[in-house]
Design a protein around this ligand. Structure first.
Ligand code: BG6
Length: 464
């Protein structure tokens, strides 16, 4: 199956996509390859305009070279015809976020692209989040915020509950909630989207979806890579803010929230908010944090106690979920990349639990763990696994990258896979006690060897 079969539709009206922070890490790893793919496969029309905004003076040729390098790094090949399409779209724009005149020039530049019809605009903030306020305020002040404009913001949205509240207020001054797209690219992964559809369309599981039948839900996102040179970002963030506040809590919502009456943005957000409101603030006593052993050297800060591994346990207040144990766990510098949602069902014998596992990475799919009688005269039970893998059923090509999906959904006004302001605030509230506790000192920080399995991170020595 090729991508034209996955994207039977095309975006009809050529948009203008303005990327702030085009030379940053996120842009290079995820956004530029996604834009290239969408242009190459004709999902974005030929006369799309992509404006790379940067403090530095860069030519469009410099940016194009950057696109080619990023695509080669990601895909190992770069199609010259695809690159030609990007070339016709790409323009560079130099801007100093502190200089109001530069925003006036940007407005004139954008207005000039309109011609007869007003083009849809996506403004993609791929800068560190502490730069959002200054840019977003000026976009509003210089009227680059009319109703055809959408603002895409990368996580983390703030640093804690107070800064998130402030950021939301600032953004709200210039943009309405239906113009704001707070990206969580984990929700745009195929398995995450399938999860909701799976729950709605497989009635055999519906009657089992409560704490009478589900013993534990574990969501884990393990990475082999370390912080990849993002010392500044990581020192301000840490694993809890980087992955748990956004990706893992969002995945938890779509795993356990009530099925929406209709699978649309409004119903999905309503149920997510309801679900999040009922999670008790995380208990620091049950939280574990770790740091891989070469981290301090890597960031050149011997005193750092930022965690590269975090694990928390959560409790839900509702009668439907109060007896299910919820565990969220993430780490960098571990033995393997593995992102999965594990649903463990109650069984009479603890040693053999039925598990339904949604695999997000490295290979997307669904596994079902069953207890099977071993052949022979005795009744000896063993684990066996049924599994479905996307790539076997649909081929490697089916894999639409999460960032391609994010861009397409924003262009077609679909906010289902983006976090609402209320969700963001609720997630910070849940993590607040642990964040505060971890900020105080390095007590309980487990140092683990880079490359080891998360199961070996010792849970003793926790914060008391
Ligand atoms: C990002 C985090 O949101 O997700 C990174 O900031 C992390 O630290 C990345 O490496 C992981 O994304 P993926 O899609 O490669 O699992």
């Amino acid at each position: 199956m090729n991508k034209s079969a996955i994207f039977p539709f095309k975006i009809q009206d050529p948009p203008v996509i303005v990327v702030f922070g085009i030379t940053g890490d996120l842009s290079r790893r995820k956004l530029l390859p996604a834009l290239y793919h969408l242009m190459r496969h004709g999902v974005l029309p030929a006369n799309t305009v992509i404006i790379g905004v940067s403090r530095k003076s860069l030519t469009s040729e410099d940016l194009l070279k950057e696109v080619e390098l990023c695509v080669l790094e990601k895909d190992k090949v770069c199609d010259p015809d695809g690159l030609k399409k990007v070339k016709t779209a790409l323009q560079s724009f130099q801007l100093n976020p502190d200089n109001p005149e530069d925003f006036e020039k940007l407005k004139a530049f954008l207005d000039n692209l309109d011609g007869q019809t007003k083009r849809h605009r996506l403004i993609y903030m791929s800068t560190p989040s502490d730069a959002y306020s200054v840019i977003v305020e000026k976009l509003g002040a210089h009227h680059i915020n009319d109703s055809r404009t959408k603002l895409l913001l990368e996580k983390p949205f703030g640093h804690d509950i107070d800064s998130a509240t402030e950021l939301i207020k600032t953004v709200d001054k210039g943009f309405k909630e239906d113009q704001i797209y707070r990206i969580d690219h984990y929700l745009a992964k195929e398995t995450a989207q399938n999860l909701l559809a799976f729950r709605m369309h497989n009635p055999i599981f519906q009657s089992l979806w409560d704490d009478k039948h589900i013993h534990q839900v574990t969501i884990r996102a393990f990475e082999e890579i370390g912080i990849e040179g993002r010392a500044d970002f990581y020192e301000k963030t840490g694993a809890l803010r980087d992955l748990v506040q956004s990706h893992l809590l969002q995945l938890l919502c779509i795993t356990l929230m009530d099925n929406p009456a209709i699978l649309d943005s409004q119903h999905i957000h309503k149920n997510k908010q309801e679900f999040l409101k009922n999670i008790e603030p995380a208990d620091p006593i049950k939280a574990v944090r770790g740091q891989y052993n070469s981290y301090k050297n890597e960031i050149n800060n011997p005193g750092s106690f930022i965690e590269t591994y975090a694990k928390i346990e959560l409790k839900h207040k509702s009668t439907k979920w109060k007896n299910t144990k919820i565990v969220l766990e993430t780490g960098k510098g571990l033995s393997q990349k593995n992102t999965e949602i594990v649903i463990e069902f109650k069984t009479p014998h603890e040693e053999i639990r039925n598990k339904l596992i949604f695999k997000l990475q490295p290979s997307e799919g669904i596994h079902l763990d069953l207890a099977i009688k071993e052949p022979g005269f005795e009744t000896l039970m063993k684990h066996a696994e049924l599994y479905f893998e996307y790539k076997n059923s649909f081929g490697e090509q089916m894999n639409v990258d999460a960032y391609e999906r994010v861009l397409v959904d924003a262009l077609r006004n679909d906010q289902s896979l983006f976090a609402s302001d209320e969700e963001v605030l609720e997630t910070w509230k849940i993590l607040d006690p642990v964040l505060k506790q971890w900020q105080k000192n390095n007590q309980g920080l487990v140092i683990y060897k880079k490359g080891m399995g998360a199961e070996n991170i010792i849970e003793g020595d926790k914060i008391s």
